[in-house]
Design a protein around this ligand. Sequence first.
Ligand code: ASP
Ligand code: MG
Length: 463
Amino acid sequence: MLTMKFGGTSVGDVPRLLEVVSIVKQFLNEQPVVVASAMSGVTNTLLETARKAVERKTGEVHNAVNALRDKQLHIAHELVKDNRRRAALIKEQQASIDELSQLYYGIGLLKELSPRSLDAIASFGEILSCRQIAAILEENGIKSKFVDARTIIRTDNNFGEAAIDFSYSNGAINAGISPIVRQGIVPIVTGFIASTDDGITTTIGRSGSDYTGSIVGAAVNSKEIWIWTDVDGVMTADPRVVKSARVLSEISYREAAEMSYFGAKVIHPKTMVPAIEKKIPIRIKNTFNPTHPGTLISASATANGHSAKTVTSIDDLAIIAIEGSGMIGVPGVSARIFSALARAQVNVMMISQASSEHNVCFIVPKKDSKESVKVLRDEFSVDIAKKIIDDVSVKEPVSIIAVVGEGMIGTKGIAGKTFDAVAKADVNIIAIAQGSSELNISFVVEQTNAKKAVQSVHDAFYK
Ligand code: ASP
Ligand code: MG
């Protein structure tokens, strides 16, 4: 079997859907299993409309629902010409949209929008999309079947970011999908959505269809998992920043995971998890350029002759520092810092403390900087009053630049080369961190300098 996941842009309009048909046709001998996202933009619209519904902006809700209905009808009319098949598809799509409309109405009545309701609403994007893909494939002579992932993937009830119950789901996925494939039918499985053991709809995190792709691919022991998206693959840097950036032909699972956390948002970070266990290769492919070989992600860490593979940056961050000679050698300071931030639900993206212990600094999204400073000043108010801690300071906007590559592990001179390149670009480094995994060196610069630094470091490694 070959599991192929198609993202939102890959199923987002008539020409792309025709491309999906041609791709599936081309690989029919490989016994394809298709996993797909909602059409691009639909999940966002569904969730925004829910917020309007709770504010009882009924006119706007009505318009949004109508626009969604028109979008589905348009696809059905363009791509499903057989009268009976089209009528059947339209009937089912209408029923889903009516159900959605009732949910919006309910939200407005109750004036309550819980994560649980948001998941129920978001699920319609994938349902509408996958049902129409199945009909379009049938229309083109490919036997296919719509599969609602809620019947085969079970999660906990952490709505919005539910965790997979693999021990149940692996068996259920296999039992639900493999027999269909054996009959020569292509299953079209909804990405992103799942359900709890009592049948309540959940979602597994935004952009989670990639993750569904690898959950399904691993459960059915797929030969490979292909992620069809709108770029040629994982690149050495953002091509908007670095002109000479190129597509990497091969990377390792660990590199892919590391890169997906850091700006190279080609694939959802959790996607690698199910694949690693069964050593199933993942391939990134472009529906807009299907003959391009893409990027292969596997267990092997071939260095491609380069120790550092990607140079990426994340903007709109703040660096917060806590300083004071009273902190030196005192246990528990870090614990207090990070507990306070956790209580404020702030995501810490990087941490650095020099061995003098006189300063601890960390990076948070800029939008959370005010709240972070506030909770830390509260936490350390007594220490600040006693001058054990000088103060909590903040500098923004800053960017983290990350250099990632497994070839860096145990290789001397990588940090030297990196920082030399930053100095050549005349950029000051504010803070540095390298985890002991050694496959990521991260450092912080002022945001205005980020592009220069990325270009210079990329040049240094890709000469
Ligand atoms: N449709 C979902 C989202 O927009 C899942 C996905 O696209 O992967 O987040
Ligand atoms: Mg998406």
